[in-house]
Design a protein around this ligand. Structure first.
Ligand SMILES: Cc1ncc(C[n+]2csc(CCOP(=O)(O)OP(=O)(O)O)c2C)c(N)n1
Length: 624
């Protein structure tokens, strides 16, 4: 590290810099972000867009006394570099290194841990309310993106903040970009604000007039105030933020350090809810990210000169997402009632092909997972066959919708739960390790996990036929075909698949762990231990006759799953034996621990938690 950045040990150090040096610092931060993400991967485009915003805020605020709450937190790399983490920034997203998101335990400058969208307003309001109750005096600023602003959670927070008249600043980081292209009415509304900067000028004039009013008496004051309201509504339809109780400032250029610093200095004197609308460019300063911000949203490593991203999905071992992507199009062609829904992740979930082919039957609802599920329930009630493609971790937001709107009414909503299992370097906010627990307890839901891409296709096909609530979970991993005699055997609800027979023990594996179970079987076989390996296929309902047969054999059962142990698949097996009064069977659950799992490469984490073939074989050998 060289230049000014190496001397920034804390935000206090940037306050000594003049404008020229601040601009140089912005350039150095960008270089460092590009350099490190090109090697370690990460959320480069969003973070390049907030460099000046982070500098301006740290220049005007006193962090950690003042609190800066980044929404999602994928855009907080400049903030990390300015808050004492420049020295170890090259450990970004590595196991044991810096997190890719704000982490309260990582730094006193990260007041709130995050990774999911739209938590900033509510958590910042909570921090501001705690401050007021404790009679403390500091600022709280939430920085939220235009996509996240359009979520229910953000509205709930703003609605409450406006009502409380809390001393809180919301900075809208408006880059007119979600991960993919923007959707929704809020996005259009923000565009009208950008197109109407005139409003603030007119308001300033109107305020001048109002100030002169006392001489004219209260009647005239009211008349001018009314005129001002009328003017507002005329120039900016709705004045949404003002009506919610915020003073609206903007739009301002989020890359103009001078403009932003003077804006922050002024508004920080106010003691009411303030909304600053900053316009930024996603990917700012790196040509390839500016040109294709969606592709550079979250990247693996890439070549800085050519912009070529090392695509983890490339090669023979295609991902589950790709298999889903192909099958949903095929089903869309066969069955006109099939519709597809994504919550702002058309690319990540593999729905872009379906969207192109069937634009009328594709819905990108924005970052609104609860709405996505209830919307799907409505579509199902209306006679459609909705497929909601969603990441496991984000589906957590929709728990009540799953119970109240889908399961209770037994509506044929199909959940395709991607990134189920370890999500790797994004860490604990993104691991999809709870979905087995929270879906298998939903009455009437069929919950499945395919062992490979071919089986995923089969499951999706059947789900469309069955007309029941279905959840199919699959990981971010290779979906390489697992060759077995009955690989494409017909899929019957609640029937497992026997893959290998052995006299010494039974491994009951689910989803991504089936391949590992087979490989462990090979390792054990070399040591003279013969394992039966069963692909469970169904988490709910379980294969009753298979479980009863294993119980009769008396062999010890090892269950395997890529999810937390408690409430998981293995727990379901234990509960089954308890319910059936079968008490002699020994069951050992091999699963992820019931704790939050740190960030790190998926393979590294699987090794750490003893879920690789060698580790599993060693555990089994020791247990026997
Ligand atoms: C609840 C939830 N759903 C989906 C995501 C995945 N996600 C991460 S960033 C992002 C887009 C956020 O857009 P915006 O708030 O405008 O910020 P920007 O990336 O443009 O800076 C999405 C959908 C998430 N983090 N949380």
């Amino acid at each position: 590290m060289s230049g000014i950045l190496k001397d920034i040990a804390s935000p206090a150090d940037i306050k000594k810099l003049d404008m020229k040096q601040l601009k140089q610092l912005a350039g150095e931060i960008r270089e460092r972000i590009i350099d490190v993400t090109s090697k370690k991967g990460g959320h480069i485009a969003a973070s390049l867009g907030t460099v000046e915003l982070a500098i301006a805020m740290h220049y005007c605020l006193e962090s950690p006394k003042d609190k800066i709450v980044w929404d999602v937190g994928h855009q907080s790399y400049a903030h990390k570099l300015l808050t004492g983490r420049a020295g170890n920034f090259d450990t970004l997203r590595e196991m044991g290194g810096l997190s890719g998101f704000p982490r309260a335990e990582e730094s006193e400058h990260d007041p709130f841990t995050c990774g999911h969208s739209a938590t900033s307003v509510s958590s910042a309001l909570g921090l501001a309310s705690a401050r007021d109750l404790k009679k403390e005096d500091h600022k709280v600023v939430a920085v939220i993106g235009d996509a996240s602003l359009a979520t229910g959670l953000a509205f709930e927070g703003m609605n409450h903040a406006g009502h409380m008249r809390s001393n809180l600043v919301i900075v809208l980081n408006d880059n007119e970009q979600f991960i993919s292209k923007p959707v929704g009415a809020m996005s259009k509304y923000l565009n009208t604000l950008i197109a109407n900067p005139l409003y603030n000028k007119v308001r300033a004039e109107a305020e001048k007039i109002i100030k002169a009013i006392p001489k004219l008496g209260p009647g005239a004051y009211k008349a001018v105030k009314k005129f001002q309201e009328g003017l507002k509504n005329l120039l900016v339809p709705g004045i949404l933020f003002e009506e919610l109780g915020f003073r609206y400032f903007g739009p301002i250029d989020g890359h103009d350090l001078g403009q932003m610093i003077s804006m922050f200095r002024k508004i920080l004197l106010l003691k009411e809810p303030v909304f600053i609308h900053a316009i930024t460019k996603k990917g700012k300063g790196y040509r390839f990210a500016e040109e294709d911000p969606a592709r550079f949203h979250g990247v693996t490593s890439f070549d800085v000169t050519t912009g070529r991203i090392d695509d983890a999905d490339e090669g023979d071992e295609r991902s589950f997402t790709r298999h889903f992507s192909e099958k949903i199009i095929e089903l869309g062609c066969k069955e006109p009632r099939v519709v597809a829904i994504t919550a702002a992740m058309p690319d990540g979930t593999g729905l872009q092909g379906f969207a192109k082919k069937f634009p009328d039957r594709f819905f990108d609802v924005g970052i609104t997972e609860p709405h996505a599920v209830t919307f799907a329930a409505g579509l199902a009630r209306g006679g459609m066959i909705p497929v909601v493609a969603i990441y496991s971790t984000f589906l957590q937001r929709s728990y009540d919708q799953l119970i109240h709107d889908v399961a209770l009414q037994r509506l044929p909503v199909i959940l395709c739960i991607d990134r189920a299992g370890l999500a790797g370097k994004d860490g604990p906010t993104h691991h999809g390790v709870f979905d087995i627990s929270y879906t298998r307890s939903l009455p009437g839901f069929i919950v499945m996990a395919p062992k490979d891409g071919a089986e995923l296709k089969l499951m999706l096909e059947k789900a469309v036929e069955w007309g029941k609530p279905v959840a199919i979970r699959y990981p971010r991993a290779s979906a390489k075909r697992i060759v077995s005699a009955s690989s494409c055997a017909p899929l019957e609800i609640g029937r497992s698949e026997l893959l290998r027979e052995g006299k010494d023990l039974t491994i009951l594996a689910v989803g991504s762990m089936v391949n590992t179970a087979l490989a462990s079987g090979d390792v054990l076989s070399k040591k003279g231990i013969e394992a039966t390996v069963v692909n469970a296929r169904f988490i709910s309902p379980l294969d009753k006759s298979m479980l009863e047969e294993i119980a009769r054999s008396g062999k010890k059962i090892f269950t395997m799953e890529e999810g937390v142990a408690d409430g998981g698949f293995g727990s379901a097996v234990l509960e089954f034996f308890e319910r059936e009064n079968i008490h002699h069977v020994k069951v050992r659950r091999l699963a992820l621990p019931d704790e939050f799992i740190e960030h790190g490469a998926r393979e590294e984490l699987l090794r750490k938690y003893h879920l690789t073939p060698d580790e599993v074989a060693a555990t089994i050998e020791a247990e026997l």
